[in-house]
Design a protein around this ligand. Structure first.
Ligand SMILES: Cc1cc2nc3c(=O)[nH]c(=O)nc-3n(C[C@H](O)[C@H](O)[C@H](O)COP(=O)(O)OP(=O)(O)OC[C@H]3O[C@@H](n4cnc5c(N)ncnc54)[C@H](O)[C@@H]3O)c2cc1C
Length: 472
């Protein structure tokens, strides 16, 4: 009989006021807001750095509406300021296609996230996986954690699921759904960066050949202008904010000839002008369930092949990229879609598209319904009038559990609404809301987060700089 020897031996008991599971956009904002309100806050993250997609190179969508008005304030904006103060590029830019977004330097954002968490007094547990949850009736009592030091039972008063996969809600017995009605899932992607890109020739190429680029897909952005005028406006903005479209002659020709893999777009956005660096969001493998670790791990090799293929395509075909250098991949494979919670309320696609406003809003969104499909497909439907919609408190509350809330891409939403609310602006706003709610609940000795008066929560969020009113 084999002698089984454990690699991990320690058994620990610990306690805190608030446990936040997952240090992506939602979890970071949640932990900062909770800790700032006086709660002892522990942020648990399986990876090696806090940040999630916020440090992958992609731009933050849904922080402004398509009219260029800010709809994100509070903790999210503080992270941008911290990044800027540390010398990082942060710019609100028009993509001249569908949205305004915030382009950031992911390398400096890594520093900013760590500094903001530390300043708020958040206890960070990296390299730590949640393996279980203890539930008694409607209350979560403790979360079970595993890392190299051993196993820890971490008891807390409040739990925030910011795992991107609703791991905690699901394990605690809350209802979750996944993907579309036929189990469809958005593709996974690996973001990558190229440096020493020349912006002027790239934008000149767009002026000379607008047919290759996605421009003015909503009236809020187009404002009656033709493609040439939009390309001229992009030149005046002076940043490499361009989208090569999969059905344009250049990219579709390359896809047909096999020089490129099928993709809807090559989305190019600046990350660090001082390095002439851009992030390219384009690689994709469809219908992958990101909660199946072995399947997800199997995508990294084909995604890396796509990175090399796309870098080669850009150098050979796109002015400004002739001498550009590959300068890095994201720290993780990007998973767009897994589970969503079924909350007390559900955000609907019609709420998003109709820019619906609510008196119980605790965050906002503005991104178009954006559902990537396998191959070259993508659904993109803009919000009415380039406006914003409200995210009600009930969308973050699983009905069967009192001291557990959720934030981020797992928000209770139908698939269309999730195609919008999943982006990082709303994730930051929702995180701020659930963190602040824990602070209010703790101060009043309330064990049920749903009983935190939404007017008090809104007042707290507004006092902390959140934007909840007064935008289109
Ligand atoms: C390829 C791609 C492109 C995108 N493009 C954009 C874009 O351009 N702009 C934009 O704004 N948004 C974009 N999005 C959407 C957006 O990035 C995500 O939806 C958003 O970042 C989700 O944030 P989150 O905090 O909910 O989850 P995540 O960022 O996924 O964070 C969850 C964290 O929880 C941790 N975790 C999960 N389970 C456990 C566990 N059991 N134990 C411990 N830790 C755990 C994970 O390691 C992870 O760090 C894109 C997404 C992808 C994948």
């Amino acid at each position: 009989m084999a002698d089984v020897r454990a690699l991990v031996k320690g058994e620990f008991e610990d306690s805190t006021d608030v446990v936040v599971l997952g240090a992506g956009a939602a979890g970071i904002a949640a932990a900062i807001a909770a800790a700032r309100s006086g709660a002892r806050t522990t942020l648990v993250e399986a990876g090696s750095l806090p940040g999630g997609e916020l440090i992958s190179g992609m731009a933050v969508d849904g922080a402004l509406n398509a009219r260029g008005e800010w709809i994100l304030g509070g903790v999210g904006r503080e992270l941008f300021r911290e990044c800027e103060d540390a010398g990082g590029f942060v710019a609100a830019l028009n993509d001249f296609r569908l949205i305004w977004y915030v382009c950031i330097d992911p390398e400096v954002m890594k520093l900013a996230v760590v500094r903001c968490l530390a300043r708020a007094g958040v206890r960070l547990l990296l390299h730590t996986v949640a393996t279980g949850v203890e539930v008694e009736g409607r209350q979560v009592k403790a979360i079970h954690l595993l890392n190299k030091s051993g196993r820890t039972r971490l008891a807390a008063r409040y739990f925030l699921d910011c795992s991107g996969d609703a791991d905690l809600v699901r394990a605690a017995g809350g209802e979750v759904v996944q993907g579309g009605v036929y189990g469809e899932l958005q593709p996974v992607s690996l973001m990558f960066k190229m440096s020493q890109v020349q912006t002027a020739p790239l934008l000149r190429f767009m002026i000379e050949h607008p047919e290759h680029f996605a421009l003015g897909e909503s009236e809020a952005i187009r404002q009656g202008r033709d493609d040439a005028a939009l390309a001229q406006a992009a030149v005046r903005q002076g940043q490499p904010t361009v989208f090569l479209k999969g059905d344009g002659p250049l990219l579709s020709g390359a896809i047909s000839s096999g020089a490129m893999y099928p993709t809807a777009l090559i989305m190019i956005q600046p990350t660090a002008p001082q390095r002439g660096e851009v992030c390219l969001n384009t690689t994709r493998i469809g219908e992958i369930d990101g909660t199946r670790t072995e399947v997800l791990s199997g995508t990294v090799k084909p995604l890396v092949d796509q990175v090399l293929q796309c870098a080669q395509f850009m150098r050979a075909n796109v002015p400004g990229f002739e001498t550009a250098a590959y300068s890095g991949i994201s720290h993780r494979i990007g998973v767009r879609e897994t589970r969503r919670i079924v909350g007390r309320e559900t955000l609907l696609e019609s709420d998003v598209l109709g820019a619906r406003k609510r008196s119980d809003a605790v965050a906002k969104g503005s991104h178009h319904v954006d559902i990537h499909q396998s191959g070259a497909g993508q659904i993109r439907i803009p919000v009415a009038g380039g406006g914003s919609y409200d995210i009600p408190w009930g969308c973050l509350l699983p009905p069967a559990l009192d001291n557990l809330a959720a934030a981020g891409r797992i928000i209770s939403s139908d698939r269309g609404a999730n195609g919008s609310a999943r982006v990082m602006g709303p994730c930051l706003g929702m995180g701020h809301a659930v963190g602040a709610a824990c602070g209010l609940a703790m101060a009043s000795g309330q064990a049920d987060l749903a009983k935190v008066p939404v007017e008090a929560l809104r007042a707290r969020l507004l006092s902390e700089g959140a934007i909840l009113n007064g935008t289109h």
